[in-house]
Design a protein around this ligand. Structure first.
Ligand SMILES: [Cu+2]
Length: 145
């Protein structure tokens, strides 16, 4: 009996590791950019396209950057003809599909920059996925109103 339990544990470990690696590599981020804020505004929005070529939905549950004190997941919604930003618990990238973070929709809200940033600077963002893996991306800062 003991031998059987050991074998089960090993099989579980191998499959868990395999799943994590697969899910990390199937999420691809393209067209990432950060919209530069007017002077004095310490909150910036980040946009990108997330593609999931895997067979399992992937959730982005958090984001952080060495250049910012905090990043939240936001979505702009219209309520009573007023645009408001709502904090999201996650962004879901469907299996075999994609999710776009875009102006007036879902976005990363980058807060408390800890270094001065200029047009053309690259912002490093680390996305945390719901399988425990993470994905590091680089997004240029652009001056677009
Ligand atoms: Cu926001």
């Amino acid at each position: 009996m003991m031998h059987k339990y050991c074998l089960l544990a090993i099989v579980w470990l191998v499959s868990a590791t395999g799943a994590a690696q697969t899910q990390t590599s199937v999420l691809r981020v393209t067209d990432a950019w950060i919209r530069a804020a007017p002077p004095g505004v310490g909150v910036l929005a980040g946009y990108m396209t997330m593609e999931n070529s895997g067979a399992v939905d992937v959730k982005v549950t958090a984001a952080e950057s060495p250049q910012f004190g905090m990043i939240e997941l936001h979505r702009t919604v219209i309520e009573d003809d007023v645009a408001r930003m709502r904090k999201q618990a996650y962004f879901l990238v469907p299996a075999g599909g994609k999710l776009m973070l875009a102006p007036n929709d879902r976005h990363l809200m980058l807060m408390m920059p800890n270094v001065p940033l200029q047009h053309g600077d690259d912002v490093t963002v680390v996305l945390t996925l719901d399988n425990g893996a993470s994905l590091e991306i680089s997004a240029p800062l652009r001056l677009i109103r």
